[in-house]
Design a binder for this molecule. Structure first.
Ligand code: TRP
Length: 330
């Protein structure tokens, strides 16, 4: 049986790109009995981005309820909050000692900050804290502590998994084979999800569609999708954002009909109405569950507590092996 692990960083409300790119495939994987799944809220990774205590609370709650609303079954998988597992942070320190600084210098997020600073004529490390710099080691700890075989992630996380592999190999070559070397699992067909402006849907572009919002807000957001200025009656491009989004929410035949209607000159206003209808029908049953969990968050906290207990049992065993390997324990 393969062990699968993935985390979502609670730095904002879940959007539909997160749903199709990460949450839905992860839940499908958890229904396959060949896999033993560990899914968690990477709240200590979010610390680096968030400005206030309220944000961390709010987004952690939102992401926890999102997983459950989307169908995650906490009895079938191990579902927990990163900060409830102190063993991760102990392993993080140990792994720091087998991680070359040069490897961290090459991390995309850090490098992007340095390049921006250099362009602005600032000190190379301006605005960089150690949380950002050590981010990949913490992520390696998340993964390696549980003897993970497979990590389902988006393409943007590929380098982090490669680093986790490098760190595992570096530990194993110094102390003997102790850590499982993980592999990433990237679903190519869902790697890119388009946002309101036609670019990749991403919080950093401000072009997302929130997964669980009120119906009215969903309608308003859909109305913000950027279109060209073609009038009703003029043929539309099948490559437009509205059509691309529609395909994710409608059965194949219905999506084909919609595309044909666009080519035949369906107006943008009407197209947006139809997109709203199909999206809202898809999301509504999950939204109902989401609203329930948000209103009964004590139940969710109980589930996370039980998840943390299961996770810590495995974490302690693994950490003991590591401590034994390095000579910190007999
Ligand atoms: N870095 C990931 C992201 O930004 C979140 C994450 C933290 C993660 N730890 C992980 C993903 C371990 C997979 C495995 O989305």
């Amino acid at each position: 049986m393969k062990r699968v692990l993935t985390g979502i960083k609670p730095t904002g409300y879940a959007h539909i790109g997160n749903y199709f790119g990460a949450i839905k495939p992860a839940i499908e994987l958890s229904n396959n009995s060949d896999f033993e799944c560990f899914y968690f809220l990477a709240d200590y990774h979010a610390l680096n981005t968030l400005k206030t205590k309220e944000e961390l609370e709010l987004y952690t709650k939102n992401i926890a309820c999102t997983w459950l609303a989307c169908g995650l079954d906490p009895n079938k998988i191990v579902f927990y909050k990163q900060s409830d597992i102190p063993e991760i942070f102990e392993l993080c320190w140990i792994l720091s000692n087998v991680t070359p600084k040069g490897l961290m210098n090459r991390a995309h997020a850090y490098k992007a900050m340095v390049e921006k600073n250099q362009q602005n004529g600032d000190d190379a490390d301006a605005g960089v804290n150690m949380g950002l710099y050590n981010y990949p080691i913490l992520m390696a700890s998340d993964i390696l502590l549980f003897g993970t075989n497979v990590v389902p992630v988006g393409l943007d996380q590929k380098q982090h998994i490669e680093m986790a592999r490098d760190i595992a190999n570096s530990f194993n070559s110094k102390y003997g084979k102790t850590l499982v070397v993980p592999e990433e699992y990237i679903q190519e067909n869902v790697a890119v999800f388009y946002g309101l402006d036609g670019r990749k849907m991403s919080k950093s572009y401000g072009n997302t569609i929130q997964l669980f919002d009120t119906e009215e807000n969903l309608r308003k957001t859909i109305n913000k999708i950027v279109t060209d200025s073609r009038l009703p009656g003029e043929p539309k491009d099948a490559d437009c954002t509205i059509n691309k989004l529609y395909k994710f929410f409608a059965p194949k035949q219905q999506a084909e009909q919609f595309e044909q209607d666009l080519k035949n000159g369906l107006g943008w206003g009407e197209a947006k109405k139809q997109l709203f209808a199909v999206m809202n029908a898809y999301i509504a049953p999950m939204r109902e569950k989401f609203d329930y969990y948000m209103a009964h968050f004590d139940e969710v906290e109980e589930m996370l507590k039980r998840g943390a207990e299961k996770a810590r049992k495995i974490a302690r065993e693994q950490l003991d092996k590591v401590r034994l390997a390095i000579g910190a324990k007999k």
